[in-house]
Design a protein. Structure first.
Length: 582
């Protein structure tokens, strides 16, 4: 799409997309170098390629479509085969009579348009779209696996070589042959790719008396995905062991491993745990998307005063920042988001983790190995001799690790870590129980962040009013008042409005299926160590007293933050209560 530089500059000036100073500088450079103005703006980061594409479309009068939340019927999507759609960035999304509407990144790709017209015999109406829309639409090819899933697995399971009843235990060589058997390879590959496309965080393969149950954890909830014949169990476990480089003939002891897979241009690491059970070996795989970059504190759910407290702590050069919460509450993602903010050329960052969940550039990441005596404590001792400015300890599990982390903070390092407690205030007595002296905590702890993950509502949600009587059944009035005050402070409710006029939202299942929720976001409480908090730590360290004082100083609890997000329509009250009460 070609738009004269004069017209492009005039439109950008009127729209205010780029400051006049930056636009004039880009125009001068474009003229000197003889390059299009749009290319210069993209090169300088003033406009993204998608934004420039939209501007061109608007100036030229080409319709633009957003497919990010658009569910394309399977029969329409399949008109253009996936390899062609992926190679040429073309998606068929709507058919009206004899006209097929296609979304493209380059509406001047006339050869592709003509090829589709000849193949389909339909009139082609081309529309412009952006990269994110193309990615979302391409995923829908993968999501069509849901319909084929049972047929694929059943067909391949039927080809498995059955192990006769009462036969002696298979040898390592027999298991290796079974793991390389084509039906087994296809079953495991289909299960894993489907898990990735569905956004699962864990895959459970559970042997039962007469079948194998496959379950996916999606948005924190376990769902049954498939049942397989009992005959499939040995081959599937053997295949996963081969991928993870584990011992094939070891069935009496637990084993842990890891392997990687690439799909849709995304690298996913599978953390594997195999555990002997009564009916055979149970396999659980944690899916880890291999990038810790691109997150922001706002995107994971932090806002207002909570956000300010964390930014203040991140500006310090010494001290400890703790993230608390149960397993699966997103603590590691929050830690990596903070590391991404701190990751500048002028600092040395080292981590000691178990396991390394995300791989990040310019950060020295070390994996503990307790089997050979390389623990968090031993690793941390070595890290402080590596001249780090910032240290991340995956988890404080014992008094020795806690003492070393505190000593590191006292000797001029910023230390980030996690701890398993149910609230931010609960982290302090937990550390004292580990044997840490209270006066050391007051000198080093900057903030403690407590968090949980709640499921997000999709756009089909419906609003409803919550009166005082219903609010009283849900939570204390003080929690609603605190959440409403946060909404007022951030100017998200109109001045003069009252709590009685506040709306909440409930899930409504979308037409294409689902329960009305998709993906998750954090609810947080951020306890900053103030002089009054220090005094409580020194004299009692009781979590109730710490939480009460923190609330007086403006801390939103996780429940209050959940109510705040429910009032914005991000999640539902029911989801908040389910998560906080767990």
């Amino acid at each position: 799409m070609h738009v004269p530089d004069g017209e492009l500059k005039e439109f950008i000036t009127d729209s205010g997309l780029v400051s006049k100073k930056d636009l004039d500088a880009a125009a001068d450079e474009a003229e000197k170098k003889g390059r299009p103005l749009g290319d210069i703006l993209v090169a300088h980061g003033a406009l993204s390629e998608d934004a420039l594409r939209r501007v061109h479309a608007y100036v030229l009068g080409i319709p633009f479509v957003n497919l990010k939340d658009y569910r394309i019927p399977a029969d329409i999507l399949s008109i253009i085969p996936e390899p062609i759609a992926r190679t040429h960035n073309i998606i068929a999304y709507k058919k009206d009579g004899g006209t097929l509407e296609i979304a493209m990144l380059d509406v001047e790709d006339l050869a592709s348009i003509e090829s589709i017209r000849k193949k389909t015999g339909l009139k082609i109406a081309s529309r412009l779209t952006d990269t994110e829309s193309i990615k979302a639409a391409l995923l829908q090819y993968q999501k069509s696996l849901k319909d084929e899933f049972g047929d694929i697995i059943s067909a391949e399971a039927g080809k498995l070589k059955l192990v006769p009843e009462g036969e002696k235990e298979l040898s390592g060589d027999d298991l290796k042959k079974m793991a390389e058997d084509l039906p087994v390879v296809r079953i495991v590959d289909t299960l894993l790719r489907h898990a990735i496309s569905q956004g699962a965080s864990d895959v459970h393969i559970e042997p039962m008396e007469d079948q194998v149950l496959v379950r996916y954890r999606i948005d924190g909830i376990l769902h049954d995905a498939m049942t397989l014949p009992k005959a499939a169990a040995a081959g599937i476990v053997a295949r996963i062991k081969v991928l993870s480089n584990l011992k094939l003939d070891e069935k009496r002891l637990p084993q842990d491993g890891r392997f990687k897979m690439e799909t849709e241009g995304e690298r996913v690491s599978f953390r594997v745990s195999i555990l002997p059970t009564f009916f055979g070996e149970k396999t659980v795989m944690r899916l880890l998307r291999e990038t810790g970059e691109g997150f922001t504190l706002e995107a994971i759910g932090l806002h207002g005063e909570n956000l300010e407290r964390i930014h203040t702590a991140l500006k310090q050069t010494t001290g400890i920042i703790l993230i608390s919460g149960p397993t699966g509450s997103g603590k590691t993602t929050t830690l990596y988001t903070m590391l991404d903010i701190l990751n500048r050329p002028d600092v040395n960052i080292s981590t000691i983790e178990d396991p390394i969940e995300y791989q990040m550039k310019r950060i020295n990441q070390t994996q503990v190995n307790p089997a050979i005596g390389f623990t968090f404590a031993n690793g941390l001792r070595s890290l402080v001799r590596q001249d780090p400015d910032i240290i991340m300890v995956g988890e404080i599990r014992d008094g020795e690790t806690a003492s070393l982390a505190i000593n590191a903070a006292l000797t001029g390092h910023l230390v980030l870590s996690t701890i398993h407690t149910n609230s931010a205030a609960g982290a302090i007595p937990r550390l004292i129980d580990m044997g840490v002296e209270p006066f050391l905590l007051t000198s080093t702890i900057r903030v403690v962040v407590g968090q949980r993950l709640v499921r997000r509502l999709v756009d089909t949600k419906e609003p409803y009013a919550v009166d005082a009587a219903l609010r009283a059944k849900i939570a204390p009035a003080a929690d609603f008042d605190a959440a409403f005050k946060a909404l007022e402070d951030e100017k998200l409710v109109k001045k003069g409005s009252t709590l009685d006029g506040l709306q909440f939202y409930r899930p409504v299942a979308p037409p294409e299926g689902g329960d009305g929720y998709k993906s998750r976001i954090g609810i947080h409480e951020v306890l900053a160590v103030s002089p009054a908090i220090r005094d409580i730590i020194l004299h009692s360290g009781a979590s109730d007293a710490l939480e009460e004082q923190a609330k007086k100083e403006g801390m939103l609890t996780m429940l209050e933050d959940g109510i705040y997000k429910a009032a914005l329509g991000i999640t539902s009250i029911e989801e908040v209560l389910r998560t906080v009460s767990e």
